[in-house]
Design a protein around this ligand. Structure first.
Ligand code: C2O
Ligand code: CU
Length: 547
């Protein structure tokens, strides 16, 4: 039995098996297989050549800015009678778009004919309704693995259910993965918008095929604002840009290619990486900006890729917010790291750069070009940056009534290839084990047993990172003993604000503290590497009503 791990990286236009990583040798917890042995995924050759993005000219398309969603009317929600609320309609359908000037049109799935979908603008204290309607074709654009829980052959291939990532909503409005519905159906969800300003985003969450639905294009920005944030006079209007990043593989005919294993009966792969980065749905776009400050809402919507963004001008980003809203004070950062589903709210100052260009880079690859042009606009003068943003009171660990030790694990086959991921050693359909009491404070200690970092996301709540602490994997595997081997490392300042997704590093116990505010009911928590989430690295949790 070997525990080596094989990774696959996609090179320019082809497949390369990466060397083994002997430093990542890990013993996965021994667990019985649910339905007998399943072959480990080896990446199959695409049946047609892929686009080599290095051959595409840079910065020939303008950066798309998704339209802002507008309500189509007002309506009462059956669960919230007596109040007519603004109603939005988000219709999911297939459409064609050019990802780059020199590529043939690509079939995408989006909301209202757009991917990213329209940006939802929300204000704290102003609830609204969204009707999420599935008008997609009945055949999936991408290869389904019917061996994965929730994607069995007897279910419709195309199923969707929308979730607003980071929103505190009721259990019936959250996009429960098993509530996914087929084309021709819709669901009406209620969004209370009763939480602090934050960069939220929406995306599909259908059981067993989330990775495919999001890869096909079902994601968009949801910006929640509040008066305190507005009083800070941050750049707004055309000086505030949502910037949603994800990576894709594209076949020469322009169509999306989603990597598959060499077993057609079990096409799931453990992580899908692309070689081309979409910025708001375009490859290598440019945007003209004025020589002033801009606010960028950076959202990582990739299936598995993490970003380490920098600016070519050697200018810093000024980070003002993270997943769940404003940081206490602006932070100058040369690099902004984002794991899947994480967000960074940053300000970039282009003043003094008139006539120059600045690139957004992922380490050295240019993703997006800013062309600084003074359009003679008197408003182009930058307002000063506030020095304080919003207090983030630390949750006192002594207020926690419970600590849960939860493993982040992986089941490998005999060759050490990942086949399935688990949380707490459980499968999705096992009985609920996480059942916090409403308004109580808990510490969740995420014990990463694998060699990878996993971005762990809890629905409903915001939380704070307490620390990441090295531990003895051997002691855990031998006798389930949690033995720390060094002091805890407190989160760096950019991770010390309110979070909803946390990177659980290998060799570490990542400890978060959560106050479970919200409406009682069932929600989910999961890894946001979408291939993991779809293959068992997702668990329900139940918020129990207090007293
Ligand atoms: Cu981004 Cu369960 O979600
Ligand atoms: Cu994971």
């Amino acid at each position: 039995m070997s525990f080596s791990r094989r990774r696959f990286l996609l090179g320019a236009g082809g497949l390369l098996a990466a060397p083994l990583f002997p430093e990542l040798l890990r013993a996965a917890p021994a667990m019985p297989m649910a339905d007998g042995p399943r072959m480990a995924p080896q990446l199959a050759e695409p049946n047609q050549p892929l686009v080599n993005p290095a051959t595409l000219p840079r910065f020939v398309d303008t950066l798309p800015l998704p339209p802002v969603a507008r309500p189509i009317g007002q309506r009462e929600h059956p669960a919230h009678p007596g109040r007519r609320l603004p109603l939005y309609r988000m219709e999911m359908r297939a459409f064609q778009a050019r990802l780059h000037r020199d590529l043939p049109p690509t079939t995408l799935w989006g909301y209202q004919g757009s991917s990213p979908g329209p940006t939802l603008e929300a204000k704290r204290g102003e609830p609204f309704l969204i009707e999420w309607a599935n008008a997609l074709p009945t055949h999936h654009l991408l290869p389904i693995d019917h061996g994965i829980h929730g994607a069995e052959k007897d279910r419709p291939d195309v199923r969707t259910v929308a979730h607003v990532h980071g929103a505190r909503v009721g259990p019936n409005d959250d996009g429960w993965p098993e509530d996914a519905f087929a084309p021709g159906h819709s669901l009406l969800y209620h969004y209370p918008n009763a939480q602090d300003a934050a960069t939220l985003w929406y995306h599909d969450h259908a059981m067993g095929i989330t990775r495919l639905n999001i890869y096909a294009g079902l994601y968009g920005a949801y910006l929640l604002r509040d008066p305190e944030e507005q009083a800070l006079a941050l750049p707004d209007g055309e000086h505030e840009l949502p910037l949603i990043l994800c990576d894709r593989l594209i076949a020469r005919d322009g169509q999306l290619y989603y990597p598959v294993s060499d077993d057609p009966a079990a096409p799931w792969v453990s992580e899908a990486y692309g070689n081309a980065t979409l910025c708001n749905g375009k490859l290598y776009p440019f945007i003209e900006v004025e020589p002033r400050r801009y606010r960028l809402r950076l959202i990582n919507a990739a299936n598995a890729r993490h970003y380490e963004l920098s600016l070519s001008s050697r200018h810093p980003f000024v980070q003002i917010g993270s997943d769940q809203g404003l940081l206490p004070a602006p932070l100058e950062r040369m690099r902004v790291e984002l794991y899947p589903a994480e967000r960074a709210d940053v300000v970039v100052d282009f003043s003094g750069l008139d006539g120059q260009t600045v690139e957004l880079r992922q380490p050295s690859e240019p993703l997006l070009q800013f062309r600084v042009r003074n359009r003679g606009d008197k408003n182009a003068v930058s307002v000063a940056m506030p020095t304080a943003l919003r207090a983030v009171p630390r949750i006192d660990p002594a207020s926690a009534t419970r600590e849960r030790i939860l493993t982040v694990g992986e089941m490998d086959d005999a060759n050490g290839n990942a086949m399935m991921m688990t949380l707490g050693g459980h499968h999705w359909s096992d009985p609920i084990t996480e059942d916090p009491l409403q308004d109580s404070v808990e510490i969740w200690s995420l014990v990463n047993l694998t060699g990878d970092a996993h971005p762990i996301h809890l629905h409903l709540v915001r939380f704070q990172i307490l620390e990441r602490r090295p531990y003895d994997l051997f002691a855990w595997n031998e006798r389930k003993e949690l033995k720390y081997t060094g002091p805890g490392q407190p989160p760096p300042p950019h991770e010390a604000g309110w979070k909803d997704t946390v990177r659980a590093d290998p060799d570490m116990v990542t400890r978060i503290i959560v106050r479970f505010e919200g409406e009682p009911g069932k929600y989910v928590w999961h890894c946001h590497l979408l291939e993991h989430e779809d293959n068992e690295m997702m668990r329900p949790f139940k918020l129990l009503p207090k007293g």
